[in-house]
Ligand binder design. Structure first.
Ligand SMILES: [Fe+2]
Length: 193
């Protein structure tokens, strides 16, 4: 809306319809660099220390580097394909009850399956305006017992295997982003099967 109004008010930026549409769609990526910032800093209720603030500010340049590595890589096409899979299919469920395509079983790309279980765990263990965070134990139980939709049993098995490590990373680590590690670990385990 702001963009449309801006174009109406001035031609200073020479924005085409295509520019407006690109800016609108790509705005969703603006905080992609936050995956490099620890949860403890992102969700800290109080004021950040000087060091924490430096880390927080770095999400801009880190996000830029993430995009760089995606666009400069020889595997650009593969990266884009996986990005499409994850974005489109991370709400699909193993039994076909998810959306948007109602895919079931391994019709759901493994990339999206892994992200989906990580996403559910993250949602369960985070405070949201409509609910309080569940404990790690409750979240693990809910996921494994299918209370949040069905997942590939190979994945829930891996999830149980790494659950103690996930706990220590989620709730005690002040270092790297645990979800990213977690998704990587699960993908590694799946590949090793
Ligand atoms: Fe989503």
């Amino acid at each position: 809306m702001i963009l449309h109004r801006l174009v109406k008010n001035t031609d200073r930026y020479g924005l085409s319809k295509e520019d407006i549409s690109f800016i609108s769609s790509l705005s969703a990526l603006h905080d992609i660099g936050k995956i490099t910032v620890a949860e403890g800093i992102l969700n800290k209720p109080g004021k950040l220390t000087t060091k924490e603030w430096e880390i927080m500010k770095a999400h801009t340049v880190n996000g830029d580097s993430i995009l760089d590595s995606a666009s400069n890589s020889d595997d650009h096409e593969k990266l884009m394909q996986i990005a499409h899979e994850i974005v489109r299919s991370h709400h699909e469920r193993w039994d076909g009850s998810g959306y948007p395509d109602g895919l079931s079983g391994d019709m759901i790309p493994i990339s999206a399956q892994v992200v989906s279980i990580a996403d559910v765990y993250d949602a369960l263990t985070s405070n949201r305006c409509y609910k309080k965070a569940f404990s790690h134990e409750t979240a693990v139980r809910m996921i494994c017992e299918g209370e949040c939709g069905s997942f590939n049993s190979l994945l829930t098995e891996c999830f149980r295997d790494i659950e103690p490590e996930l706990y220590s990373k989620s709730f005690t680590d002040s270092g790297e982003d645990y979800l990213l590690d977690y998704a990587t670990d699960m993908a590694d385990e799946m590949l090793a099967q």
